[in-house]
Structures are given as structure tokens and as C-alpha cells.
Design a protein around this ligand. Structure first.
Ligand code: MN
Length: 498
């Protein structure tokens, strides 16, 4: 996955009514604007100016080309002059990638002493963009609208967020997700319609038996294992029982073999995400914990117990966050700390939490696992650092996918947790545990989440718009009565808009 594989196209709308001079000026202004955006340092993708479109045929050709070009992750439109919007119908009908409408104008301020009607006719995005906006709304096309002068940092940052989401969207359109075993038996919230997910969200979920991975494990050499264990030794603090010569050193080596096999398997399948199931391990000696932790930090989406929706979302978050401070991880709501307004949730999993969410050196430990009936697995143990973040999930409501987001504040534990043998994060859900957890439960949210320190709500709004899925956000402004109303209104909306 590489941001340099993608670009964003910029198409300016105009018409020939205002004469040749105006066409030349519009083109020059657009080129200067795109140059300014590219020079801003705020955009993760290059913007490619694709010229001014003046007719239905030109617009249709531009959008068809954008749709076919693998490098094009989305199109930005802007109406410099008035562009009669019936001209945009055929183009929009032929386009299904992300769309951003940049509502800006070339000049920043009105030139009070010089402004005349020629200036007015050349610089009329204020009404040209309204005409364009109407047809997009009339066609019920989802898009992002960004308003402000193109040189404004805030405008550039909002375009930058959308670009990151465009890359994650493109990444998901050819995502293969490998599922070792099935969903954990009887579990409802982690399951769903995989066919609908492929139609709606793009990614493809394949099944493999864990025996297929065990076969690959047989091809792992001692030399590869030596090298990987040496890498562990350079990165992590080893617990005494894990060191060379100690009782559980062999378990660390077995964990390394599983990691090598898993990475090789995923690479051979071209997969970007995977799930495991502690109930279906067969020829693996231990639950893959360390391997899942490290592969997640490399960008593989992960979901436990067959949770393919969360695995795909973890991958998508990781792609969106590339190059931004903060990390991404799979997490699970585990146990509560009730303490008034400081009430918090301890997040963990059996083993699989990404070391991307800590700024401390993880400890490599081996302990028995109470369930699954296998040998003692290796894992990285750490506590996530304090800071704001968000946890999100996608659930299948039967007639639609619903994304639920809760903004959270990760806090330091009140005291060390010397007996907790897994990685963890302690957080207070916004606006507090009482409302945050109640809203999450009313929305039907999972116990598994994709967590990020790097993303804010705008990323998820952009994603939900592009995907055309429901989004409900729980944050500091949430009230239960308001949230219930939102869920009920959404129910009606999605019954009417199938
Ligand atoms: Mn779980």
C-alpha cells in the first residue's frame, strides 16, 4: 500500500458563454490553484489538473477517464464561472469513485476599487457552485463539500482528510481478507452478510482452514526463526521465562514460526487482512498472539474469532492514518472501572493488541491461556499511552451496514497491573461511561472495535459518505434522548432508501 500509487483529479467547470479570454483566464486560475494546493504541504496526494470542461461531452469524457484510471482515487470539482448543471448529468452517471466539491474562488478578497462586471462574470463560483451542487443533490450522489479559500490551511486539511479516505477506499476495493476458520459459533454481532459487504464496501472475504496455515508452517526454516527471534530480542524486553535457555524460550520460537508462516501465507494470497479463531487451531501449537500483534502493526487488518468486519476496518483505519502520529489497533471492551465521572473501560483481548498504540517498550511474555486448550502462547504486554482517540465498528443491521463511532479519552491506569498478562488500554468513553456505553448498546455495537489515535470524526464521515452506509457518532455532545431519535429516524431513512 503506497500513497504514491494514487492521485486526485481536478476538473473545473465553466462554459463558452463568456468568450475566449474568459476560458483562458479560467484555465490559468485553475492551474495556479492546483499548483498552490500541491505546494501547500498539507495534501497527502498529488492533485492533477485535468482542464476546464465546457460541455456535456467533455464532462462525460473526463469522468469516464477518471473512472477507468487506476491511479485516480477521486475527483475534485470546482465551478469557476456558471456551468449549467444539466451538462454534468451524463458525467456523474458514469462515475462511481469519490467526489469532492471544492466551493472556493480564485481571488481571496473583493478588489473594491477595481471590481466591475467583467470581474463579476469571471469570478462567480458563489452561484456557479450552487448550480452544480443542485444536480449532485438531485441525483442523490454522496460527496464532500469543502467551503473556503483554497489557500486556507483548514480547507487544505479537510481536502487532505478526504484524500486519505479516498486511498483507504481504493485500498478496500481490491482487499482480500483471509479468514482462518469461521465465526465463533453462536456469536451474532461479529457476523453478517459477506456478499453485501463486497457489494457495498468492496472487500472480499475468503475462507481457509487453519490446516492450510499449518502446512506453510512446515516450510519455515530454523535460520528464519533464529533471525526473527533475534529481531524480537532487539525490540522487546524479554520476561525471564522467555529468554534463551529458559523454560518458555521454545514457545517464543514457535510463535516466531507462526508469524513467519502467517506472513508468508498472507503474502501468497495477496491478502490485506485476516481473522483467527481460538476454537480452531488444530496443528498450531498455540494461539497466534504475537504474530497477530506484529502483523497488525505492519498494516494487516485483524479481527479475532472470525470477526471479518472489524479486521477490514482495522486495515482501513491503518491506511487512512499512514504517516500521521498515533496508531491503530483491534481492541475489545473487557471490564469496567466504575468511579463516577471517571468511570472507564479496560480494553484488551486474549492476546491480540497492536503495539502501535503504545509509546513504551513492550514486554515479550509467555503465560498459559485459560481457554482453547493449547500450549502457552507468546504475546507482547504493554499499556496504551494516554490521549484522545476513537473506537469504531461496523454492524450488519439486516438492511444496511451501520458504523458506530465513540470518541474516547485513553487514560493512565491508577496503578500498575503486574498480574495482567496482556496488552491493554484504559479509556473513558465520551461523554461519559453512562451515556457512551448506553448509546453504543442501543446502536447494537460490537464488543470488538477498530481503535485509532490518528483519526477524527471527519475521516469517518467521509468514509460513510463514500460507502453510503449509516454513521452514528457518540461524542461529548451525545444525549440518550437525542441519540435514540437519531436511530429511529435512520431506521425510517434506510427503509425508504434501499
Ligand atoms: Mn474477542
Amino acid at each position: 500500500m503506497n500513497y504514491s500509487d494514487f492521485e486526485i483529479w481536478f476538473v473545473t467547470g465553466a462554459q463558452l458563454l463568456y468568450g475566449g479570454d474568459a476560458v483562458v483566464a479560467v484555465d490559468a486560475h485553475s492551474a495556479a490553484m492546483v499548483e498552490g494546493l500541491n505546494q501547500s504541504g498539507k495534501l497527502p496526494l498529488k492533485v492533477i489538473y485535468k482542464g476546464t470542461v465546457n460541455s456535456s461531452a467533455e464532462i462525460e469524457a473526463a469522468f469516464k477517464n477518471a473512472g477507468h484510471d487506476k491511479r485516480c482515487a477521486g475527483v475534485i470539482t470546482w465551478m469557476h464561472t456558471f456551468s449549467p448543471a444539466k451538462m454534468w448529468i451524463k458525467g456523474l452517471q458514469n462515475y462511481n469513485k469519490p467526489l469532492l466539491h471544492l466551493h472556493t474562488q480564485f481571488n481571496k478578497e473583493i478588489p473594491w476599487s477595481k471590481i466591475d462586471m467583467d470581474f463579476m462574470n469571471l469570478n462567480q463560483s458563489a452561484h456557479g457552485d450552487r448550480e452544480f451542487g443542485h444536480i449532485v443533490s438531485r441525483m442523490r450522489r454522496n460527496r464532500k463539500v469543502v467551503v473556503g479559500h483554497w489557500s486556507d490551511e483548514k480547507v487544505q486539511e479537510r481536502i487532505g482528510v478526504w484524500m486519505r479516505v479516498c486511498v483507504a477506499w481504493a485500498d478496500a476495493q481490491d482487499m482480500i481478507l483471509v479468514r482462518f476458520g469461521d465465526n465463533m459459533n453462536q456469536v451474532a454481532v461479529t457476523d453478517g452478510d459477506r456478499l453485501e459487504a463486497e457489494l457495498r464496501l468492496g472487500y472480499h472475504v475468503d475462507y481457509y482452514g487453519i490446516g492450510d496455515l499449518a502446512e506453510v508452517q512446515k516450510t519455515v526454516t530454523e535460520a528464519e526463526t533464529d533471525a526473527l527471534v533475534a529481531e524480537y530480542e532487539s525490540l522487546y524486553t524479554f520476561a525471564d521465562n522467555c529468554k534463551k535457555g529458559a523454560k518458555d524460550y521454545g514457545q517464543v520460537r514457535n510463535a516466531a514460526r507462526i508469524e513467519l508462516a502467517l506472513r508468508r501465507f498472507l503474502q501468497e494470497k495477496g491478502a490485506k487482512a485476516f481473522t483467527t479463531n481460538f476454537n480452531a487451531l488444530h496443528d498450531l501449537d498455540q494461539l497466534p498472539g504475537l504474530a497477530c500483534q506484529r502483523l497488525m502493526a505492519e498494516g494487516y487488518g485483524f479481527g479475532a474469532e472470525g470477526d471479518w468486519k472489524t479486521a477490514a476496518l482495522v486495515r482501513t483505519f491503518w491506511v487512512m492514518a499512514q504517516g500521521l502520529p498515533g496508531g491503530t489497533s483491534f481492541l475489545e471492551d473487557y471490564t469496567y472501572h466504575f468511579k463516577g465521572e471517571k468511570s472507564a473501560i479496560l480494553q484488551a483481548h486474549m492476546l491480540e493488541v497492536s503495539p502501535e498504540i503504545t509509546n513504551r517498550k513492550p514486554r515479550l511474555e509467555v503465560h498459559p491461556l485459560g481457554i482453547g486448550g493449547k500450549a502457552d502462547p507468546a504475546r507482547l504486554v504493554f499499556t496504551a499511552h494516554a490521549g484522545p482517540g476513537l473506537a469504531a465498528t461496523i454492524v450488519d443491521m439486516g438492511n444496511r451496514f451501520r458504523m458506530i463511532v465513540n470518541h474516547v479519552d485513553v487514560i493512565e491506569p491508577e496503578a500498575p497491573l503486574p498480574k495482567l498478562p496482556v496488552a491493554s488500554a484504559l479509556w473513558i468513553p465520551q461523554p461519559n461511561l453512562e451515556i457512551g456505553a448506553a448509546a453504543w448498546i442501543l446502536a447494537g455495537g460490537t464488543h470488538h472495535t477498530a481503535f485509532s489515535y490518528a483519526l477524527n470524526n471527519e475521516f469517518l464521515e467521509d468514509y460513510a459518505e463514500i460507502a453510503g452506509i449509516e454513521l452514528v457518532t457518540i461524542d461529548k455532545n451525545t444525549t440518550i434522548s437525542g441519540f435514540k431519535s437519531e436511530l429511529k429516524l435512520n431506521e425510517v431513512y434506510y427503509l425508504l432508501n434501499k
